[in-house]
Design a binder for this molecule. Structure first.
Ligand code: C2G
Length: 735
């Protein structure tokens, strides 16, 4: 039995690869109960080079010419064929001119020769038995359509189908929850259910080709419908007398795109366009259903020869009802949304403040000499913002008015400074009126930047772990990360970079124009080169109560994307037995424990006060760098900064494989390029600390090479360079 798999493809070679790999790993061989002799899947890969046509070209990325596109696809098929000799035959069909998913599918329908057609979107994938299961049912009852289940996933094939990742927050949504009535269909409940859920998807359905290519009534996709061609197509199929069965154990994995910027799914295209298309499409379907009502027959016939197996069903009335329902439900949903919005308005002051900002504050003039500083969402007085501020204060003094976002009003800040709490009404006031906004994180998605204001994004680290558009799957709490970040970064006037590696990476991973990146080095590292560094270190030691005769280890790990309570609230379990550590190292060392600012869990140091110091709430990590003799981290960017001190760095990477392969991936090879050893157990860490001189010697060449590449801009004058370029530069002058 030949199954023609009609696969439209227009963009995202990584999606296509996953789809084809899933077919290559599918089982088309096994015959069950002797019913299935031979399944012959043929993939009709019908393509249009949208990358080539895409007008937008993103910084750091390129689009393909038709020629290049063809080459890439052919190479992919060739490589997969080498890797998986059993992969179904793939027939590439390159089309010319503008195509829609509907027209690509119609080309596939016209080319098909097999008994059944299976529509498969090239950004989805199947499980190894998905198609076979449908085929078995189809053969048994000679069905016109066999429907399987559809599950949605955010993850690529290897994670969702092979590794079975189990994060505590399983983001996969519910499936259709079919009850398997495949061999005993007594009523039309399944189809009615689909209609009621507005599920008109053609996916995971094995459809008899004759049933589409009927003599009396050929069914094609409406090529004028760009976004939802399935609706009209399925309504037409549903309204015919069809032998329809289901198999809930056959599961098709529909992938939700986490990147609506570079690789939007059709449903993620511009909302207004989507709304109109959908409306038009439903209108058409409704009109069609109404027109055909005259030929509606309510009788349910029994398919000859298969009386006990299935029924032939006719659903014209259900179709018309469903379409009317859609309108009703949409209206109700809209009303509910309005009510929720009004509710939110009173529940969360932010909504109210946003309105006040929009209608009052934003009407007041921008104050050109007001500078707003915000570090880690107001959690502390730190990072590059602090050093830019202190430079301005020393060198420009009263020329500017300084406002700091700090949630704790007792935070000690030098100079005459106005303090505001993050997202308080005063924050809205100052963020709306200030001429300069210096921030080291992302501002809220809804933040409205005034045209006259200058936004300086300092960012908060040289990237080791992959960021935004360089990431495949998102395991963190917010799946809208890429879209959010894209919108947020469009509002930045300057982005500070610590080295040429960061500049290149930011351009690509943020899709951010290189001209706006200023490679000044990080102001936060100026302190590491300060003449009075040792005096400052002594003062910090005194403040923390660290005994002067002890050497200091700083342990500063990062956060894990998949261990969270909610956005910005991450979990952390310390992988050190502090008592044991104290026994082994306590005579010579004390340890400073510093969790990432996203971590909500607190570290328990009770009973070990003279050895372990919890410095997670200490304002500025740079001050902790200068008091420490050894830094232990994992995948945090802290080591890029710490390396400026040329002191030993150890990498305690107990979950290395997971972090590298699943959660993030790295820009540089941790095995070969970082300036210290990768250690996987507590004992290895203890050993390394005991023999730290050997480590220093062993890693000396690597350390030198590392600094040459990543620390070559830093010299203690980064803040000065930023102020000169941003505050004294042309953009600042204009103000
Ligand atoms: N940090 C800290 N304490 C930690 C970890 C990090 O104070 N235990 C601070 C450091 O200044 C570090 C910054 O937060 O450089 C960023 O932390 P990362 O661990 O690197 O993680 P993330 O916030 O995800 O930023 O380009 C850099 C990346 O964006 C990483």
């Amino acid at each position: 039995m030949q199954i023609d798999i009609v696969m439209p493809f227009y963009r995202g070679i990584h999606f296509l690869k996953d789809a084809l790999v899933s077919l290559a790993k599918s089982d088309f061989k096994t015959s069950v109960e002797g019913l299935l002799e031979d399944l012959r899947p043929v993939v009709l890969l019908v393509m249009d080079n949208s990358d080539g046509k895409e007008v937008k070209s993103f910084p750091g990325h390129k689009s393909y010419s038709d020629e290049e596109f063809r080459k890439i696809v052919e190479e992919l098929i060739y490589d997969l064929r080498q890797q998986y000799p059993e992969m179904p035959y793939v027939k590439p069909v390159f089309t010319k001119g503008e195509q829609t998913v509907a027209s690509l599918r119609n080309i596939g329908i016209n080319m098909s020769e097999g008994e059944y057609i299976y529509f498969f979107d090239s950004d989805d994938y199947v499980r190894p038995d998905t198609i076979k299961k449908l085929a078995m049912k189809a053969v048994r009852v000679n069905a016109d359509i066999v429907f399987g289940d559809i599950k949605t996933t955010y993850y690529k094939y290897s994670e969702a189908c092979e590794e079975n990742i189990s994060s505590p927050q399983d983001l996969r949504k519910d499936s259709l929850n079919l009850t398997d009535n495949s061999l005993n269909l007594r009523d039309n409940s399944f189809i009615r259910k689909r209609l009621a859920q507005h599920d008109f998807s053609v996916l995971n359905a094995l459809i008899k080709r004759e049933f589409i290519h009927r003599k009396d009534n050929e069914v094609f996709f409406d090529e004028n419908v760009k976004l939802y061609p399935d609706v009209g197509f399925m309504l037409k199929l549903f309204s015919q007398n069809a032998c329809i069965i289901t198999d809930s154990s056959s599961v098709y994995m529909k992938r939700i795109h986490n990147d609506a910027i570079m690789f939007p799914a059709l449903s993620q295209l511009k909302v207004s366009a989507r709304g109109n298309e959908r409306q038009a499409e439903y209108d058409k379907a409704l009109a069609w259903a109404a027109d055909n009502k005259t030929v509606y027959e309510d009788n349910i016939e029994v398919n000859p020869g298969h009386e006990n197996l299935c029924r032939v069903i006719s659903l014209k009335d259900d179709v018309a009802t469903a379409v009317r329902d859609i309108y009703r439900q949409e209206k109700t949903a809209y009303r509910k949304k309005c009510i929720t919005r009004i509710g939110n308005f009173f529940k969360h002051p932010t909504f109210l403040y946003r309105m006040i900002e929009k209608f009052i504050f934003s009407k007041l003039p921008v104050k050109k000499n007001w500078v707003l500083f915000e570090s880690f969402l107001g959690k502390n007085y730190s990072d590059s913002c602090k050093y830019i501020y202190e430079y301005l204060l020393c060198n420009k003094g009263d020329a500017y008015r300084y406002i700091w976002v700090v949630n704790d009003k007792n935070t000690s800040i030098p100079g005459n400074v106005t303090k505001v709490k993050y997202l308080s009404l005063r924050w809205f006031y100052y963020s709306s009126r200030c001429g300069y906004y210096v921030n080291n994180m992302r501002q809220p998605v809804w933040y409205r930047k005034r045209k006259e204001a200058v936004f300086i994004e300092t960012w908060h680290g040289t990237p080791l772990k992959k960021l935004v558009f360089d990431m495949d799957d998102i395991h963190a709490a917010t799946q809208s990360y890429k879209m959010d970040m894209y919108g947020q970064s469009r509002k930045w006037d300057y982005l500070i970079s610590d080295n040429s590696f960061s500049t290149e990476t930011f351009e690509r991973c943020f899709l951010y124009p290189k001209e706006k990146i200023i490679e000044t080095g990080y102001p936060r590292n100026d302190i590491l080169y300060a003449d009075d560094r040792e005096e400052r270190a002594a003062a910090v030691k005194k403040k923390l109560g660290i005994p002067l005769d002890k050497r200091v280890i700083l342990y500063a790990p990062t956060w894990r994307d998949d261990e969270y309570y909610g956005p910005g609230q991450y979990q952390f379990a310390l992988r050190f037995d502090l008592k044991h550590l104290k026994e082994e190292l306590g005579d010579e060392y004390v340890i400073l424990l510093r969790t990432h600012y996203f971590i909500a869990d607190a570290i328990d140091t009770r009973g070990l006060e003279d050895f372990a110091y919890n410095v997670s709430r200490y304002d500025d990590i740079a001050e902790l760098y200068i008091v420490s003799d050894i830094c232990i981290t994992d995948y945090s960017s802290v080591f890029f900064d710490y390396a400026n001190l040329l002191r030993p760095i150890l990498f305690y990477v107990y979950d290395f494989d997971k972090y590298k392969d699943t959660l993030r991936g790295f820009y540089i090879s941790m095995e070969n390029e970082v300036p210290g050893p990768l250690l996987y157990t507590e004992d290895e860490v203890i050993e390394a600390v005991k023999y730290i001189d050997n480590i220093v010697e062993e890693y000396s060449d690597r350390y030198t090479a590392f600094c040459k590449r990543f620390c070559n801009v830093s010299d203690g004058n980064a803040s000065k360079r930023v102020v000169e370029q941003v505050f004294d530069g042309s953009k600042g002058e204009e103000k």
